[in-house]
Design a protein around this ligand. Structure first.
Ligand code: XIL
Length: 414
């Protein structure tokens, strides 16, 4: 199955050596001009409203760090720290998970094809096991994802009598799915990625004309209203859940603006959307090619996304953070794929500096950010090594043997 496009963004860090250079927080993103109504009430985020559009928190007012013993302790006054886990995660990575993380996101177990492989037959087992582990360990669960163009079962698009499904039937199927799933996990999943990856890099809505693996049949068969309807159905099924729109490459100005406008339109129409998830699949450096998406992968451009979305009164979360060693747009051949031997101390330090730069920015925005989730736990289990590329990557804070990396030390060093 294709992930729908996150072939891994470029990364950057204009503030690359960030350790030293902490920009004055309010000016960090270059100041977002006042846009739109500013602070549209969404009823769900009183905590965010105060910070909305403020462009960050003055460094002097940052809350104190918690204890040094774990990620979640260190960031306890800032935001929950999450990790994506697969069904085996609690067994294979249980020690790291329970020690360092406040929150989990099932990596694949709550996607449409996992939960409803056959119409009307729901397979909750693997997701339930993750949820049960989380509740036994006092962790929150992010639900991911109700409506996405990828990892769907084929029956979803087929009409009852053969051929392609009609708009009305597809909407009814979407409602039935969201209704069953959100009710099943009600009280256990505190927020949902309701719609995932609906916007393309230049800002148009993902539709039928994208390259293979990138097309959205939701837009093709229902039209733009599928987005609003998904949020309405989710809110009806679980009025207490925080409902998120989740996407990648939020640092690209056109995409960032299009997501902002989409959110604004939804809010103005009274659609129950409460937050925006920034996937934040990052890379060791930005691309130097202006045509490459990762040309824009700089700390302050992602920061601007946080400021823009929160100016609407929305919560923001970092939902799928990882930091690949590969630079987008650069051609790698098998002999240049990284190995434990070529993941040198110098490279580890560069990765650490870039993690540090992004986390410093996240901390400045602790009022707007209600969660930071890494897309995995340790380098022995990451989608970047197993998926699409077939090349080994080292994108997380813990290594193959579950030991802390320099990146971990950098994130903890404040
Ligand atoms: C990925 C999983 O990590 C892989 O195991 C799976 O094969 C494909 O999907 N954006 C998303 C996530 O929203 O659901 C994707 O997860 C990564 C990109």
């Amino acid at each position: 199955m294709s992930s729908g496009g996150t072939s891994t963004g470029g990364a950057a860090g204009s503030s690359g050596s960030a350790a030293a250079g902490r920009p004055p927080s309010d000016a960090g993103a270059g100041g977002v001009p006042p846009i739109g109504p500013g602070g549209a009430p969404n009823g769900g985020n009183p905590a965010v409203a105060g910070a909305a559009g403020a462009g960050g928190t003055p460094t002097a007012e940052l809350p104190p760090a918690g204890g040094n013993g774990s990620l979640k302790d260190k960031f306890q006054n800032y935001f929950p720290i999450g990790a994506a886990v697969d069904a085996n995660g609690p067994t294979t990575h249980g020690e790291l998970l329970s020690r360092h993380f406040d929150s989990v996101t099932p990596e694949n177990e709550m996607k449409f094809a996992s939960l409803q492989p056959t119409e009307g037959q729901f397979t909750y087992g693997p997701a339930d096991r993750i949820v049960q582990y989380a509740s036994q360990n006092g962790m929150k669960v992010r639900g991911h994802a109700l409506v996405w163009h990828s990892q769907n079962p084929d029956w979803l698009w087929q009409g009852p009598g053969g051929g392609t499904v009609s708009k009305q039937t597809l909407l009814a199927r979407m409602k039935a799915h969201i209704d069953a799933v959100a009710k099943h996990f009600r009280g256990k999943v505190y927020c949902w990625d309701v719609v995932n990856e609906a916007v393309m890099n230049d800002g148009h809505l993902r539709g039928p004309d994208e390259p293979d693996g990138q097309k959205s049949r939701w837009l093709e068969l229902i039209g733009e209203e599928y987005i609003a309807e998904a949020f309405r159905y989710a809110h009806e099924a679980d009025p207490d859940a925080k409902l998120f729109y989740n996407d990648f490459y939020n640092y690209i100005p056109d995409k960032q603006q299009a997501i902002y406008e989409l959110m604004k339109k939804l809010l103005e129409a009274g659609v129950p959307v409460h937050g925006v998830g920034l996937q934040a699949h990052l890379n060791i450096e930005p691309s130097t090619d202006p045509m490459n998406q990762a040309y824009h992968q700089h700390v302050e451009k992602l920061e601007k996304a946080i400021q823009l979305y929160s100016s609407l009164g929305l919560e923001v979360q970092i939902t799928e953070l990882d930091l690949s060693l590969y630079i987008p747009g650069v051609m790698y051949t098998e002999d240049t794929f990284y190995t434990a031997a070529t993941f040198t101390a110098e490279l580890k330090a560069r990765q650490a500096a870039r993690y540090r730069a992004f986390f410093e920015m996240f901390r400045r925005h602790h009022r707007e950010l209600t969660g930071v989730t890494l897309w995995g736990i340790a380098d022995d289990n990451t989608w970047l090594s197993e998926f699409a590329s077939m090349r080994k990557d080292f994108p997380l804070l813990f290594d193959d043997r579950h030991m802390t990396k320099p990146a971990y030390d950098a994130v903890m060093d404040w």
